[in-house]
Design a binder for this molecule. Structure first.
Ligand SMILES: C[S@@+](CC[C@H](N)C(=O)[O-])C[C@H]1O[C@@H](n2cnc3c(N)ncnc32)[C@H](O)[C@@H]1O
Length: 285
C-alpha cells in the first residue's frame, strides 16, 4: 500500500481534538438506521480513523468493520472500540463484507493518500457499496467540495490542546484542496514536530448525486448530520439501496433519472428534496 497520512502524532491529535464531527453525527446516523429497521446490523466504517463512530455503533449493538489506511489511526481505534473489527485497507479496493450500512465520515473519500482517489474511483466505490449492501441498506458520507478551503476566513488555522498544537495552511485550486499540517506534541520540556501534507479531491455535489443514481441508489444531499450542520464546501449525502433492489440497474447512456425519493437522513423520505436535486441537475445540463 502507498504512503498514508495520519502518522502517530497527528492520529493522536485527531483522536483528542477532532473527533467531534463523528461524535455529533453518530447519534443521528444510528437513529436513522433504527428508524429504517436496520437495528444491530453490520456497519462498514470506511476511513474509520480513531474509531469514534465505531465505538458508538458497537455500543448501539451493531457489528462494525472499520477500514482505514493509517496504521496509527487503527491502533487507536482498536483500543477505543474493542468490539469492532478493524482492517487496514483503502476505500478504493478494500473488500466490503455484506452489510446493512456503510459510512464514510470526515471527507474520507477525497483523500489522495491513495492516488486512485477521484471521480472514477468514487463511481466504482458506489457500485461496490451498492453490491455489498442488503436491500434497504443505507450509505452515509460527506465529501469536501469546491469552496472548502476558502469559506472559513483565514487560510491558516492554529488549534491547540493541552499537550499539542497544530498549524494548518489550506489552499484550493484545480479541483484539489491542499492542507499543510504541522503538528507539535509536548515531549518532556520541549516539543516534537512533524509535518504532513494532505491533498483531497473536491467533488461537486450534483455530480455525486448523479453518480449515486447511476449506481442504483436513491440519494439525497443533506444539510447536516443531525446537529452537525455542514459549512459551505462540505456536502453530506444519505443514499438508500431500494428495498426491492437485488441487482444494480444496467448502465444507461445519457442523462440520469432523478435520484428518486430523497431522505432527510434516518430513512425519512421527502419529495421536495428530490425535485430540488432533479432541478439542479437539469439546470446544469
Ligand atoms: C478526517 S479523518 C476522519 C476519521 C473518522 N471517520 C472521523 O470522522 O473521525 C479521515 C480518515 O480517512 C482515512 N483515509 C484517507 N484515505 C483513505 C483511503 N484511501 N482508504 C481508507 N481510509 C482513508 C484517513 O487515514 C483518516 O483516518
Amino acid at each position: 500500500m502507498e504512503a498514508t497520512g495520519y502518522s502517530d502524532d497527528l492520529a493522536y491529535v485527531h483522536h483528542v481534538g477532532f473527533e467531534g464531527f463523528a461524535e455529533r453525527a453518530a447519534p443521528w446516523i444510528l437513529g436513522g438506521l433504527r428508524r429504517a429497521g436496520l437495528r444491530r446490523g453490520t456497519v462498514v466504517d470506511l476511513g474509520c480513523g480513531s474509531g469514534a463512530f465505531a465505538a458508538r455503533a458497537t455500543a448501539a449493538g451493531h457489528r462494525v468493520v472499520g477500514i482505514d489506511v493509517s496504521p496509527s489511526m487503527l491502533a487507536i481505534a482498536r483500543r477505543r472500540a474493542p468490539r469492532a473489527t478493524f482492517r487496514r485497507g483503502s476505500f478504493a479496493d478494500a473488500a466490503l463484507p455484506r452489510c446493512d450500512a456503510v459510512v464514510a465520515l470526515g471527507e474520507v473519500l477525497g483523500y489522495r493518500f491513495d492516488r486512485r482517489a477521484g471521480r472514477p474511483a468514487l463511481r466504482r466505490l458506489f457500485r461496490r457499496v451498492f453490491d455489498a449492501l442488503a436491500p434497504g441498506g443505507m450509505f452515509v458520507f460527506d465529501v469536501a467540495g469546491p469552496g472548502r478551503a476558502t469559506v472559513e476566513g483565514a487560510n491558516v488555522r492554529v488549534v491547540r490542546g493541552d499537550d499539542w498544537v497544530v498549524l494548518v495552511r489550506r489552499r484550493e485550486g484545480r479541483g484539489r484542496l491542499v492542507r499543510e499540517i504541522a503538528t507539535f506534541r509536548r515531549e518532556g520540556r520541549g516539543w516534537r514536530g512533524t509535518e504532513e501534507t494532505h491533498v483531497l479531491v473536491l467533488f461537486r455535489p450534483d455530480q455525486v448525486l448523479d453518480d449515486l443514481a447511476a449506481a442504483g441508489f436513491v440519494g439525497a444531499q443533506v444539510a447536516g448530520f443531525g446537529r452537525e450542520r455542514f459549512p459551505a464546501g462540505l456536502a453530506g449525502f444519505v443514499a438508500l439501496k431500494p428495498p426491492s433492489a437485488d441487482a444494480r440497474p444496467a448502465p444507461r447512456r445519457g442523462p440520469r433519472a432523478a435520484a428518486g425519493r430523497a431522505t432527510d437522513g434516518g430513512g425519512r423520505a421527502s419529495r421536495s428534496r428530490r425535485s430540488t436535486s432533479a432541478r439542479v441537475r437539469g439546470a446544469r445540463r
